[in-house]
Design a protein around this ligand. Structure first.
Ligand code: NAD
Length: 263
């Protein structure tokens, strides 16, 4: 297989100062993409962008809370002003809050839906407007989860939001089809990032089991090899979706989970 190239494509990755988003941004830059590192944490976004530039890639940091309409509008405009367009969006910013439904505060529920759903909607709207204005194709990639297909206890808003992203991607695919604006959802299994590392002790406490049991009996129990999904696993799928050029691959969810969920 020949190496996948992004040939200067302008790629906006949200939540790119850490974890999965950061590794996707690094992978895109290594493949010749120009990468906008958008994050709530501007210092960390600047550090990620600087490290990419030091290794010969093109990257800029953008301050963006994906739940803020004005910050998303301004952030996308900033990228278009600098690089003329947005070709690829990876709507990846996300957090996790776990609790029983009966103990979930309304505030936490709304916070989760705002980051995962409002964030995906707002960034999609602004990037799609840019693509439509130029009459150009593009790729809109939403970060789902195995929890876009399965439910787990303690994760009501996360499971709800991740299921919702499937509907958004399918609608983008239908509305964007004529111009070749493709949309797909990546659904990873558990990846060792700060988001997951935080959950391990929380779940151990909630279920009254050890942290090792959370890993073996909850997180990796149904994988085919007892392995975590890796940052490379997810970034390589994100690279394929960014470079894939036809509507043959749109409106889909790609599950990257070492066989935990098979569709
Ligand atoms: P992470 O905590 O390492 O990184 C998340 C990033 O998002 C951070 O840099 C954070 O500052 C940023 N962020 C949070 N709220 C934001 C906001 N309102 N606006 C902009 N940026 C914001 O997490 P991760 O594990 O890399 O998760 C990234 C995505 O992947 C999430 O959508 C998550 O649900 C999804 N995911 C993760 C896993 C996993 O096992 N780690 C599995 C499936 C899906």
């Amino acid at each position: 297989m020949s190496r996948i190239e992004l040939d200067g494509k302008v790629c906006l990755v949200t939540g790119a100062a850490s974890g999965i988003g950061k590794h996707i941004a690094e992978t895109y830059a290594a493949a010749g993409g120009r990468v906008a590192i958008a994050d709530l944490k501007l210092d960390a976004a600047e550090a990620t962008a600087a490290a990419i530039r030091e290794s010969g890639g093109q990257a800029m940091a953008v301050a963006m809370d994906v739940t803020s309409e004005s910050q998303v509008v301004e952030g996308v405009a900033q990228i278009a002003a600098e690089w003329g367009r947005v070709d690829v969006l990876v709507s990846n910013a996300g957090i996790q809050i776990i609790n029983k439904i009966t103990e979930f505060s309304f505030e936490d529920w709304k916070k989760m839906l705002a980051i995962h759903l409002d964030g995906a909607f707002l960034t999609t709207r602004e990037c799609m407007k840019d693509m439509e204005k130029r009459g150009a194709p593009g790729a809109i990639i939403l970060m789902g989860s195995v929890h876009s297909h399965l439910a787990s206890p303690l994760k009501a808003p996360y499971v709800t939001a991740k299921h919702g992203l499937l509907g958004l991607a399918r609608t983008i695919a239908k509305e964007g089809g004529k111009l070749g604006i493709r949309s797909n959802v990546i659904c990873p299994g558990f990846v060792r990032t700060p988001l997951v590392d935080k959950q391990i002790p929380e779940q151990a406490k909630e279920f009254g089991i050890s942290e090792e049991e959370v890993i073996q009996k909850i997180m990796l129990k149904d994988t085919v090899d007892g392995e975590f999904t890796t940052l490379d696993d997810v970034a390589n799928v994100a690279l394929t979706l960014a470079a894939f050029e036809t509507n043959a691959l749109t409106g889909q969810s790609i599950v990257v989970s070492h066989g935990w969920f098979m569709q």
